[in-house]
Ligand binder design. Sequence first.
Ligand code: NAP
Length: 251
Amino acid sequence: MSAQGKVLLVTGGSRGIGAAICRLAAKAGYVVAINYASNEAAANALVAEIKAGGGEAIAIKGDVGNEADVLGMFAAVDAAFGRLDAFVNNAGVVDIKARVDQMDAARLERMMRINVIGSILCAGEAVKRMSSLHGGAGGAIVNISSAAATLGSPGEYVDYAAAKGAIDTFTIGLAKEVATEGVRVNAVRPGIIDTEIHASGGQPDRIAAIRGMVPMKREGQAEEVAHAVIWLLSDEASYTTGSILNVSGGR
Ligand code: NAP
């Protein structure tokens, strides 16, 4: 397989959509570096699962909203594998349901720091390792956006939607910036996906509430997002850059 031995780093790769990406990537032959923020047990369990299946993986702790952690995470990949071929900006957070007129600066700062600044910083580090301008052998980046970027998430979390809108624009700009340097940059916009992120935003019943608004009348599974990501990372997507793919059941 073309992915055999290639090194992939996934931020927030220990749970949810990120974990599904890591599982599928390992099956495709990637060596996987799994970043996580605090839940070490979940990250270690996924590493063990991938190794038990004959794959290679390591876990790297680090907050993508912290520049020193970002630099440390990429340095850890350098030390472990000495190369980086693929990178997924997956780590992301929501906050509790609120109107814009209820949001304070601390909430907004966290939302943008993790979801936007973290993603841009990480992509910059990936480009330093992949771009021919920096002596790299090329590579692919996928940013995880959200259907919220087009829906706006009124009354729920417009700040999160705006952060994902920034990811869309960032994807287009970076793709053009590095298009002649062997690096492709794309994004995936998941719709409502069955993960723990909804409960972490204080809405454990969010899927049941939204399911009926999805044209396909069901939530998506993390694996369904992962398949799109793995394709965008692969050589089969060699002429695809600056694209934003909806994986949202038609929503
Ligand atoms: P999730 O189940 O809550 O998992 C989040 C993952 O990100 C965990 O591995 C977590 O690590 C990690 N993480 C959280 N904050 C981090 C930080 N500051 N630095 C590094 N890692 C961090 O989330 P998910 O639903 O899979 O979402 C993944 C991505 O898809 C996010 O960007 C999200 O916005 C996007 N998305 C999700 C949906 C959906 O319906 N689920 C829809 C559209 C878009 P720990 O385990 O250590 O906490």
